[in-house]
Design a protein around this ligand. Structure first.
Ligand SMILES: Cc1cc2nc3c(=O)[nH]c(=O)nc-3n(C[C@H](O)[C@H](O)[C@H](O)COP(=O)(O)OP(=O)(O)OC[C@H]3O[C@@H](n4cnc5c(N)ncnc54)[C@H](O)[C@@H]3O)c2cc1C
Length: 129
């Protein structure tokens, strides 16, 4: 997300850039999502939710809300301590989750504002363009 948002910020200032990412399973980095068929189980295996404290990010989150990509999470979030005691986290600030996982948020940045060059990964560390 940091790379995509950096490219977006450069583009707004008239600088074209290309983002290369070694992610083997798609965009998103630690905002990765895995989908298990056929039950369509969706797992966010890094960021399960996020909060908003920056006004620039808030504008982007409003846009994602409008597009139905994120929604506020009303459920309980907490910490399971040794011995099994569940300690709930305070309910504010509001928490947001990806409606179909977090990865579509990265995809939305790419599809609407940026450009993708065709790359093939030879192995985990080598690329051919
Ligand atoms: C288990 C877990 C739970 C988390 N839970 C939360 C949460 O609940 N809420 C929250 O807000 N945050 C959470 N986080 C943190 C959040 O996921 C990260 O802070 C955030 O996604 C980091 O984004 P980033 O763009 O800085 O880095 P990354 O998402 O790590 O992106 C870095 C990208 O660089 C690519 N890359 C690496 N090396 C190269 C290279 N040599 N060339 C090209 N590309 C390269 C990688 O493929 C990756 O896509 C969690 C993280 C983890 C691991």
């Amino acid at each position: 997300m940091a790379g995509l948002l950096c490219a977006l910020s450069l583009e707004k200032r008239g600088v074209k850039s290309t983002v290369f990412d070694t992610g083997m399973h798609g965009l998103g980095g630690r905002m990765g999502t895995r989908v298990i068929d056929p039950q369509q189980l969706i797992f966010d295996h890094a960021a399960q939710f996020f909060t908003v404290s920056d006004s620039r990010f808030s504008k982007l989150v409003d846009y994602w809300l409008e597009k139905g990509l994120v929604r506020e999470w009303q459920g309980l979030v907490g910490q399971l301590e040794l011995g099994g005691r569940f300690v709930p986290l305070p309910s504010s600030p509001p928490r947001f989750i990806g409606v179909n996982g977090m990865r579509p948020l990265a995809d939305s940045l790419l599809s609407e504002w940026l450009y993708l060059s065709k790359l093939d990964a030879w192995c985990r560390l080598l690329w051919s363009m």
